[in-house]
Design a protein around this ligand. Structure first.
Ligand code: ADP
Ligand code: TRP
Length: 330
């Protein structure tokens, strides 16, 4: 069976983009592949989080993974830092990764622009750590968004370089993978590109949002001055509202609004109220499960223990074989 690996940094609650763009795919993948889904807490250290926040964010993301339907019986769900073999592989891979190629990475250049005072070596070698996550599992498929494609190409380059240097075909070259073909992009509520926690909290709907918080976000979604003539094309903002509705509303409801848009009778306030009601019903059971799992420390500890055990078993085997290939006494 082919192996899939994907990691997510624990940076707070998951939003609809993470859910529909990543998690729903993971849930389908876990049925058919040998899946490793992990919380990338080593990667978080580039930003120097305080220990209590780091720990809580790991617990949040795990609860939200499980509440969304990731199944610890089917997939291996683990915390990166509990599998220290990845740090050893990261060190070996750093020996065959060139500073020049790391400096050319767009994500690195962007981070340097954003935070010129914290350009640490961990940030530079972020792609090597990601490569170690992937090739430690000898994964062939990696579900990643567009922003991670360059990192995945580097992983392939590094794996290939290792194979060439040691005259082996030990590491497979991993490919980007998406279960359903096209990658979905969940738009932001302010009409500005994709939903993302880095571009505006107010336009990002988290899985845990409820009550007035959810209401305020949806009711203040950007719209336009309304269709000026029958069947006129939609603005980006309105296209976005329809896209969000498609995630949570019934087809006949969406059709009603399509029709009223086409004949110019649409009232965006009504559309937003409908979107709010449907979004709330969609999120409600997920929210409940998140609360339940987050407060059940014994269950979370059990899931982590099972995941760590499974993840370490194969990691130890890979490290042993890599050490042999490199020429260390094992
Ligand atoms: P953010 O942009 O909020 O920082 P991340 O980069 O942590 O989100 O994304 C984690 C995962 O969720 C990635 O697989 C990414 O492709 C997916 N994802 C994030 N935002 C969206 C979105 N708006 N639409 C589709 N997928 C998304
Ligand atoms: N770099 C990824 C991100 O920021 C997270 C990540 C770390 C990852 N290691 C990985 C993703 C391995 C896929 C595979 O989203």
């Amino acid at each position: 069976m082919e192996t899939i690996v994907s990691g997510m940094r624990p940076t707070g609650h998951l939003h609809l983009g993470n859910y529909f763009g990543a998690l729903t795919n993971f849930i389908k993948m876990q049925q058919n592949y040998d899946c490793y889904f992990f919380v990338a807490d080593y990667h978080m250290l580039t930003t120097h989080p305080n220990p209590a926040d780091l720990q809580d964010n790991v617990r949040i993301i795990l609860s939200e993974y499980l509440a969304s339907g990731l199944d610890p019986e089917k997939a291996t769900i683990y915390v990166q830092s509990m599998v220290p073999e990845v740090a050893e592989l990261y060190m070996y891979l750093n020996m065959i990764t060139y500073v020049g190629e790391l400096e050319r990475t767009s994500a690195f250049k962007e981070k340097v622009r954003q935070n010129p005072n914290n350009v640490n070596a961990g940030l530079l070698t972020y792609p090597t750590l990601m490569a170690a996550d992937i090739i430690l599992r000898k994964a062939t498929k990696v579900p990643v968004g567009k922003d991670q494609q360059q990192h995945l190409e580097m992983t392939r380059d590094i794996a290939e370089r290792f194979n060439k240097l040691y005259k082996t075909d030990y590491f497979p070259l991993p490919q980007a993978f998406n279960f359903d073909g096209d990658l979905v992009k969940i738009p932001s509520l302010d009409g500005n590109g994709k939903m993302s926690k880095s571009y505006g909290e107010k336009a990002t709907v988290y899985l845990t949002d409820e009550g007035n918080v959810l209401k305020k976000k949806i009711m203040s979604a950007k719209t336009d001055e309304g269709p000026q003539s029958p069947n006129s094309p939609k603005s980006v903002e309105i296209e976005n509202l329809f896209s969000l509705m498609k995630l949570v509303s019934k087809p006949e409801i969406i059709q009603q609004f399509e029709d009223s848009y086409a004949d110019c009778s649409i009232r965006y306030g009504d559309m937003k109220k409908q979107l709010l009601a449907d979004m709330d019903s969609f999120l409600q059971p997920i929210r409940e499960r998140i609360k339940e799992i987050y407060s059940d420390e014994a269950y979370l500890n059990k899931v982590i223990a099972i995941g760590t055990e499974k993840a370490r078993q194969s990691a130890k085997k890979t490290i042993k074989e890599v050490r042999e290939i490199i020429g260390f006494r094992v």
